[in-house]
Design a binder for this molecule. Sequence first.
Ligand code: NAD
Length: 330
Amino acid sequence: MQSTVSSRSALVCGAGGFIGSHLVKRLKREGFWVRGVDLKFPLFGETEADDFAVGDLRDQEFCRAIVDRRFDEVYQLAADMGGAGYIFTGEHDADIMHNSATINLNMLAVLQKRNVRGVFYSSSACMYPAHNQEDPDNPNCTEDSAYPAAPDSEYGWEKLFSERLYLAYNRNYGMRNRVARYHNIFGPEGTWDGGKEKAPAAVCRKVARAGRDDVIDIWGDGKQTRSFLYIDECLEGTIRLTRSGFEGPVNVGSEEMVTINQLVDIVADIAGKRIRTNHIPGPTGVRGRNSDNTLIENRLGWKPSAPLVAGLEKTYQWIEQQVKRNSAAN
Ligand code: NAD
């Protein structure tokens, strides 16, 4: 399908994924003509993209084919990723680094040659040094704490490499790329089962499957801290940064830090269940992580502010539906 002369156009790489599929919906609401690209269609519902190309962004020919015009906005969200069970076991390190770096190298080369002005790139809080995140009550994730670099996963190292790559294209080719460091994004229509899901989805699923008075397994002692950002706020930050004069890197995350045990309590409250935790060994990542939103507030005059419980209510409701649907099918 061709874009009309009047409408703005956007390319969303990773449009079959969690954040990308929500981003497509948001851009459609704003009146954009949207091309989505991914290895797969969204898992939970039809894409709203005007045009959706299924293909592999590790293939430069494919990248060239999808960049057949100068898009007004480009979002590069495609990556080989997953939750702690995928990233921290070490079993997927080579794939994670190779696949994601290749996608970023390919897309930048093609977009620059096609004179696309700039790309939004989603880096991750996983690039912050592990040694600043050992104290669960006081993790340091200010943007300028990134160096000397010491991420605790190869996923984090690839993000660090790629964010530098996007900024190098700004310096050497005059592009206007934007880099955000996302901190644990969650919401409906995200992976909730199968090993690639993140903590909020895993906890919602376990609580939804539990009885009224029950026990669920939690990796580690549950005292590790995190903050979680609801998808709508992530998209707001993404779009504001993309359209701003600030290149980043900048945190896009929540400052409402909770322990995993507290996360379980909040979800149990939402579900109206009495849930206790059984602590089992498992990959837990750093001891503490929280967004620091000083920079985003200074540079964009905005920061995420919705309470965690509000996003968890919507997410729990959606995951409970999936659990019920699944058990009815089995
Ligand atoms: P996701 O896994 O749901 O989406 C990523 C998409 O990229 C998937 O649909 C996948 O099929 C696609 N993809 C992977 N390899 C591809 C390839 N070779 N060619 C084409 N498509 C390919 O993840 P998400 O949660 O939507 O995350 C989007 C981006 O945000 C990723 O770059 C991720 O690293 C980053 N990020 C996410 C979070 C989070 O909490 N969700 C946190 C930090 C950073």
